[in-house]
Write a protein of this length. Structure first.
Length: 258
């Protein structure tokens, strides 16, 4: 018999990672599913009168998440909150991971003010990714700051850095910035494990990838740069965001409908 968990109102806040980008599902609000929806689905089956909201919007920087999502989240009276924030700041040049963490902690204090369980995500080990690998050191410093914040505020840590399965390229979407459906499912299992919630989400046990010929890899890299990297750089130059004009996919807390 599965033991019932203690939460009845779950609110997720953050950016594209929490919105579920990379895990397309046309029937889902906003057109994406993602790890948070998968977690909510499991939680909803283990308690009566469960409600879920997802306020995350792609492209949001930490300041925007704190200004636009924290208070609306608190108004929904959650007893469980997940927050992944600061990643879009960290991957930008000339940002200070200590400063980003200090600003995040102020938001964390507000989220904990009503004694809700707060799950804080750290950053994955991006050393193997072609575009983000050079920022691995910044992510590691940021993660250590997040661990200190978690200790001070009694948070649950969703440890992305320790999730070594994410080194498999099949965990990543074609844009190499977001996670694939397999990646989102793997992350959902990790979150539920951190919350000590039993679930029947299937682990991914892949066959070993065959080695890629150098020439094929180069062709794929050039195609990726043309389709994903150049538009991303142009948005930065133009001070545009992929989230411009986008609203939260689940702004009100309600029953989870898969």
């Amino acid at each position: 018999m599965i033991q019932q968990h203690p939460w009845s109102r779950y609110v997720a806040i953050g950016d594209s990672f929490t919105e579920g980008i990379g895990d397309p599902e046309p029937k889902s609000p906003g057109g994406s599913r993602g790890w948070a929806d998968r977690v909510a689905e499991v939680l909803s089956t283990q308690t009566d009168d469960f409600a879920y909201a997802n306020l995350a919007i792609r492209g949001r920087l930490l300041r925007q998440i704190l200004d636009e999502q924290v208070e609306p989240a608190m108004e929904l009276r959650p007893d469980l909150i997940t927050i992944s924030a600061g990643g879009n700041d960290i991957i930008r040049p000339n940002t200070d991971p200590d400063d980003v963490a200090e600003r995040l902690e102020k938001g964390i204090a507000r989220l904990r003010s009503n004694d809700a369980t707060v799950v804080l995500f750290n950053g994955p080990d991006i050393g193997m990714t072609p575009m983000l690998g050079r920022m691995r050191g910044k992510v590691a410093i940021y993660n250590e700051n997040l661990r200190a914040i978690a200790l001070r505020h009694d948070l649950v840590v969703a440890d992305m850095w320790a999730l070594r399965e994410l080194k498999d390229s099949r965990m990543w979407a074609p844009d190499r910035l977001h996670f694939s459906p397999i990646g989102h499912n793997t992350i959902a299992r990790m979150v539920l494990l951190a919350l000590n919630v039993e679930n029947d989400l299937k682990p991914y046990n892949p066959d070993q990838l065959p080695p890629r010929p150098w020439r094929q890899a180069r062709v794929e890299d050039i195609g990726w740069a043309r389709e994903y990297l150049v538009p991303w750089v142009l948005r930065r130059v133009r001070h545009q965001s992929s989230g411009d004009g986008i609203t939260a996919k689940r702004p009100a807390a309600g029953p989870y409908q898969p």
